[in-house]
Write a protein that binds this ligand. Structure first.
Ligand code: ATP
Length: 384
């Protein structure tokens, strides 16, 4: 039976890219549903840009096919694909004003009356007052919006965004993330966005594919990836995770483990590792899920919670929360984020504390992986 895909999903089947003996992208099957905001997320060199360029037609795949809807576009040159790309550098024409930059694609196709369409685009990206400015008279964020409008006026089936916010400062980035999301919702076109910024991917995308070493390590909705990472790489790359080495003492719907004498529990359905009694496991828990009390108040902790004792090694006040680093015999360098509601002044470096959390907030990972895979320091080094 032939499957019709008139909707226009982007379908990558067995697509790969090798340069000599180096494999930048391992054979990859991926479907991006039409109308969705999809992010390819990963550290520098993981193959995300190569994947995007293969969709655009800027890079020939070594194996596999690219389909847009029912159409196999693998052998089509970029300009014949119903796809437009917005690059980090924007690549605006410096001698043309905003209106003419946006109108460029229409003019090239010989369309003379561009006013209405350009006007609609200016409204969409909220640059009506800047129509006659040249690119150098615009801020980075405004230039970026012109680049988006210039691409969207061609009514592509898919808009590809290659680190489009990379040149902006943090505050503007955050603002533009919301702006791009609004534009995508308004026009309903499929957006495929490449970024190394996990917060950016999570803020904007419906689905995130986390890439590592030329492979998609895990794919899912942001909250699903965050709450239920399958691997240590995803657990560390998306936000921060505490990963505690432990041994299984009882496996059922609830798994009980021992970590340096501390008994912890976690739900079996949040565990991706094989669990047999005596086997090893990494117990994961996010820093914001953990509560912290001074050791003198340990009696107040409710029954049934996971608990670990430790000593505060470091604390940083960051306004909305305080971030603690706690050394425990169970695990060194545990991270705990506490909302700054009522601050306990005793919780300062050197204080003995008890960490406790709802066992349901723990997840379990295979202990055969590197505990620090995907950690921010490692990624930053790679990116440098
Ligand atoms: P970045 O965020 O730094 O752009 P990326 O995840 O987008 O990284 P790619 O640009 O897809 O990574 O590159 C993936 C790997 O392929 C890298 O190791 C890169 O060095 C390699 N690569 C890319 N283009 C070529 C090329 N033309 N020849 C050889 N190797 C290449």
């Amino acid at each position: 039976m032939t499957q019709t895909n008139e909707g226009g999903d982007v379908r990558l089947a067995g697509i790969s890219k090798t340069y000599g003996s180096f494999t930048a992208v391992h054979p990859l099957d991926l479907t991006v549903p039409q109308g969705s905001f999809f992010a390819l997320l990963g550290a520098s060199g993981c193959g995300k840009t190569t994947t995007l360029r293969m969709i655009a037609g800027l890079e020939d795949p070594t194996t596999g096919t690219v389909r847009l809807g029912d159409r196999d576009v693998t052998d089509l040159p970029p300009y014949k694909r119903p796809v437009n790309t917005v690059f980090q550098s924007y690549a605006l024409f410096p001698h043309l004003d905003v209106t003419e930059n946006i109108a460029f694609g229409l003019r090239r196709r010989g369309i003379k009356s561009v006013k209405k369409q350009v006007g609609d685009m200016l409204d969409l990206v909220q640059l009506g007052d800047f129509a006659h400015r040249k690119p150098h008279q615009l801020s980075g964020g405004q230039q970026q919006r012109v680049a988006v409008a210039r691409a969207l006026i061609n009514h592509p089936q898919v808009l590809l965004l290659d680190e489009p916010l990379g040149a902006l400062d943090l505050k503007l980035r955050r603002q533009m993330q919301l702006e791009l999301k609004r534009i995508q919702t308004e026009v309903g076109i499929t957006f495929v966005h490449v970024t190394h910024d996990q917060e950016e991917a999570m803020t904007m995308a419906d689905t995130v594919a986390v890439m590592n070493g030329g492979r998609v390590e895990q794919l899912g909705a942001p909250a699903e990836l965050y709450e239920n990472p399958d691997t240590t790489f995803v657990a560390n790359f998306l936000g921060t995770s505490n990963l505690i080495e432990a041994e299984v003492v009882e496996a059922g719907a609830d798994i009980t483990v021992l970590a340096s004498g501390a008994k912890l529990r976690l739900p079996a359905d949040r565990c991706t590792a094989a669990t047999s009694t005596g086997g090893k496991l990494l117990v994961g828990v996010r820093p914001e899920k953990i509560a912290l009390v001074h050791a003198d108040d340990a009696a107040e902790i409710a029954e049934g919670r996971n608990r670990i004792t430790g000593r505060i090694a470091d604390s940083s006040f960051i306004g909305v929360s305080t971030q603690y680093v706690i050394d425990s015999p169970v695990c060194p360098g545990l991270e705990v984020y506490v909302q700054n509601v009522e601050r306990d002044s005793r919780l300062s470096p050197g204080a003995d504390v008890v960490l406790h959390w709802n066992p349901g907030h723990s997840f379990g990972l295979d202990a055969g992986q590197a505990v620090d895979a995907g950690k921010a320091d490692a990624s930053a080094e790679e990116a440098a």
